[in-house]
Write a protein that binds this ligand. Structure first.
Ligand SMILES: NC(=O)c1ccc[n+]([C@@H]2O[C@H](COP(=O)([O-])OP(=O)(O)OC[C@H]3O[C@@H](n4cnc5c(N)ncnc54)[C@H](OP(=O)(O)O)[C@@H]3O)[C@@H](O)[C@H]2O)c1
Length: 328
């Protein structure tokens, strides 16, 4: 299969969409990549975009079954794949994973941190252990990957750390306090890492910040609202965000520090920053209508503490929900 062939998208019966985005050749892509949160949503789509003959993928998440399914699809596309069933909040496990990849391959070219969990609910009603676990996974989990990946990158002289942010790292939303806190923290962490790594010319730290993406994260979230969340309009396919990730990985030196994936992000950020009173008045009813499912559900910890065993490409409502395929 040539580079040009690979740019033609193929969708397998299992829903695996392969191929780097138009204009990105296989040779532009990092060879050895660690992807966390690789069994679902954006992490899964990113792994599939990077899967190609000669590519080496280390896929991490908690659930072995979900990882195995994505690994099989990546192998079908020609990649060499290892799976790492771990909790990113466990620093020693992340360290062992990076060490294992380096022992096998001699290097690590890039790490993409896509593992995350979400909890919905009024701040006072979300149990402390749920709030803490969201921060442990989303903030400390990312920091753990960053720590061990960056140590390796500096040792070998190059490498790209791509942190999955969110528009919620630049605006605030009610009923998502733990997740919002996490994404604001990650933006601060990422900027600190960019500055610290300035002396290392070929070590890059970049953020990709999606808006609403159609993934299982909403249905897997803990909720204390009596309702599940859903991605707000405009909703993107995980593959669209994966394309953004792949483009940044292909040319990290010229990529922005923070690449948005969603045309509405700047609109929301402008409202939040320039018209805070209007924003605060509108975001509550807005989220209630556009960001929450109307069906009633019982309180649940969702998958905050436990993995989902299935590999899940998208949200459960995928067939009925409007999907905006092209990021603008
Ligand atoms: N979907 C959106 O609308 C949206 C918008 C903006 C930003 N993002 C960001 O995009 C990234 C991916 O989200 P997604 O929507 O693709 O979510 P997703 O479909 O729910 O996937 C989350 C992945 O993280 C893994 N994971 C969860 N907790 C983990 C832990 N403690 N250790 C290791 N792996 C763990 C999950 O597998 P296991 O359960 O098996 O561990 C799964 O593979 C996240 O950083 C999220 O914040 C998403």
């Amino acid at each position: 299969m040539t580079s040009a062939d690979r740019r033609t998208r193929t969708t397998s019966a299992t829903g695996a969409v392969s191929g780097a985005p138009v204009g990105v050749g296989d040779d532009d892509l990092p060879r050895v990549v660690l992807v966390t949160g690789a069994s679902s949503g954006i992490g899964r789509a990113t792994a599939l975009r990077l899967a190609r003959p000669g590519g080496v993928l280390a896929l991490a998440a908690r659930g072995e079954e979900g990882l195995a399914a994505v690994a099989a699809q990546c192998r079908e596309l020609g990649a060499r794949v290892s799976t790492h069933a771990l909790d990113v909040g466990d620093d020693a496990a992340v360290e062992a994973c990076v060490a294992d990849v380096v022992r096998r391959e001699g290097r690590l070219d890039a790490a993409v941190t896509s593992a995350a969990v979400v909890a919905y609910g009024d701040f006072t009603e979300v149990p402390a252990e749920v709030f803490d676990r969201v921060l442990r996974t989303d903030v400390l989990g990312t920091a753990n990957v960053a720590r061990h990946a960056l140590r390796r990158f500096r040792e070998q002289g190059d490498g790209t750390l791509l942190i999955m942010g969110s528009v919620l790292g630049q605006i605030s939303a009610p009923w998502m306090s733990a997740y919002t806190t996490s994404k604001w923290a990650l933006r601060g962490l990422a900027r600190a890492l960019v500055i610290e790594n300035r002396p290392h010319r070929d070590v890059h730290v970049r953020v990709v910040s999606p808006g609403g993406v159609e993934t299982p994260v909403y249905r897997r979230a803990a909720t204390y609202l009596g309702r599940h969340g859903k991605p707000p309009f405009p909703v993107y396919a995980p593959e669209t965000v994966a394309d953004r990730v792949v483009r940044v990985l292909a040319k990290p030196a010229s990529a922005r520090r923070d690449t948005r994936a969603g045309w509405a992000n700047p609109v929301m950020v402008a409202g939040f920053t320039l018209l805070p009173g209007v924003y605060d008045a509108l975001v509550r009813p807005g989220l209630s209508v556009f960001g929450l499912d109307f069906r009633r559900v019982a309180d649940t910890t969702g998958h905050v503490f436990t993995p989902s065993e299935r590999a899940e490409p998208r949200g459960e409502d995928a067939p009925v929900r409007r999907r905006t395929r092209a990021a603008r």
